[in-house]
Design a protein around this ligand. Sequence first.
Ligand SMILES: Nc1ncnc2c1ncn2[C@@H]1O[C@H](COP(=O)(O)OP(=O)(O)OP(=O)(O)O)[C@@H](O)[C@H]1O
Length: 661
Amino acid sequence: MSARTVLLWNRLPSSLSQRGRAGFLIHARSYMDDGFKRPSYRGGRNPNFNNRNRNNNRYGGRDRVQRKEHDEDDHASLSKSIPATLIHVPKQADAPEVTLDTLHNDGVLHKMLYKSISRMGFPGLTPVQQMTIKPIVESLDQDVIARAKTGTGKTFAFLMPIFQHLLNSRTESPYMVRAVIVAPTRDLALQIESEVKKIYDNNYGLEKFGCISLIGGTNFSQYMKKMHSNRPNIVIATPGRLMATLERFSNKFFKHVDFLVLDEADRLLEIGFKEDLESISRTLNENNAAGPDHIRTLLFSATLDSKVQSLAGNIMHKKECLFLDTVDKNEPEAHEKIDQSMVVSENFAHSVCAAMDHINNKIASSPNYKAILFSPTVKFTQYLSSILRKKFRSQLPILEFHGKIDQKKRTNLVKQFKREKSGILICTDVGARGMDFPNVQEVLQIGVPSELANYIHRIGRTARGGQEGASTIFLCKDELPFVDELLHRRNVTIANKEEYTPLNETIEGLTSETDPQELSDVIISVLSFFRTAIKEYRFKENRLLPNVASAYGILLGDKEAKIPIYDRDMLQRLGMRNSSLTSKMFDLQGSAAQESGYERSNRGSYQNQNSYHRNRGNTRSQRYNRDGDEQFSFNRDRRSNSFHDRKFYQKSQGENPRYDE
Ligand SMILES: Nc1ncnc2c1ncn2[C@@H]1O[C@H](COP(=O)(O)OP(=O)(O)OP(=O)(O)O)[C@@H](O)[C@H]1O
């Protein structure tokens, strides 16, 4: 072996087998040189870069040697321009099993923590827990990225090392926040908090390491009072509320942070969230009493790719980063225990019929049927909830879950659906990531998700904690390019395909009692959604949009009926012009059709509908946000103006539109 290979060999976590290390070395060559960008310190140079604990690590001064390898003749290179080294540790099939007992016996896990987790009665540690706990506890000077499939216990994989760290350093800054965990949705933050409480419940001795969740939709000053009185060591937060807290109290509580964890990291590093995460990381690091490169950053998700690695450059501050990967390079990220199906029909409206028939059959054939149904927008979720309630309410609970529901109600319905033995939760992508509802048999989707990775997260709400599950996506024929994208970009194949044509009676069942005004609102919201998904999924605009628009007539029971549009601005907000395409889709009237003589008074109740959209949009195009609501978009093709647009929107709306802060 060359000197460099020996060096690498010795630096690998001792938990790896010989073959595992050999496998790593093969991977290492391709990864070592890609690396990360260093964080951008003001003044272009990290002031502490040269003088902190460089040799104080378990690999015995590797940093100095590593630096020599990289920059033999460039000693000025201790600046931010040097990318951090990415050490990729691949999945190893033959790795010896790591158990709670071995971790305890090796001195990795403290007795108190060992007892707490043992009492939970898990049959063993999951692959991600086996792979990450020891390196996070022991590799003090490395950031960590961990990829593991949905429902495989990533939450405990980062909580256990955090508790171990608190136990290791219990006398240091006991009244300060030591770990900050960021989650993209309020419900996920609350769920992580309840996982922490499970650790307390199984060993009260750990309660002294207090925890608090800071999320939007709650009383800020009340929570700040709790921060003052409880002095928690662990903060679990959504980005918006965390920024607000740091703005006022970063010096008081956050000067001794050791860990920053990003759960659903790829989501948090998307445009929109990313600027906030960079600002959070900058504030935490600049204020840190131990210096600006002290905090270790841990990124966890089921969907991570090279884009995330480079996006995290300004958030991760260590010189080395371990990429602990439990998914093979060529293996799909979707969980293998999910039996995936798609049902393809002619029209978007038929997908609704197909889903209704499917649910009907399932309720009849499976006792305790528990499913989650994903929908593209808030309005469509409301519509689906109302038709499902009408039909199935007497048989099982039907729950509606999206970002427009008041937080208290939302928290209660999450608790309820976790408890229920059967039921259907209808939700937007706000429920796609991280939520752990026990015993969900099946995930249903009408229409495509808001981003490709969310397909994997959506279906991952089933087959959790070692169970099996099924998923069915209902697509119209013009949504099929999505399936190709899924294969080409995520290597995910939907194994089972079925074609569907609705019976007349199914359509009739839906059309009765449908309010045209409401339905027009619903379909416009879906059109808005698809309009922004065109680039992402390579849809054919001229086919897909008329297909979705015609769902209005079909679901109304009058195939010829078109969505009435009275206002020219409305078309603009949908990002469309008066053209042959729009006249195919809409019944253009009044100013929309540029008819000067049109009597406003004749517009009837539709006027409200269009002014509603006018008030909600801003002066530019109205689009879809990922919390499932239609509004100004900071979406896929927003690179050029995203930040300003978001600020503009916030100002005009007096709220933060996009996130679930
Ligand atoms: N070692 C274990 N053995 C069995 N079940 C476990 C183990 N650790 C955690 N679990 C359980 O597995 C379920 C899923 O865990 P968790 O929510 O952490 O998954 P995740 O990997 O974060 O999923 P997602 O990618 O969807 O966020 C939870 O109910 C959790 O209690």
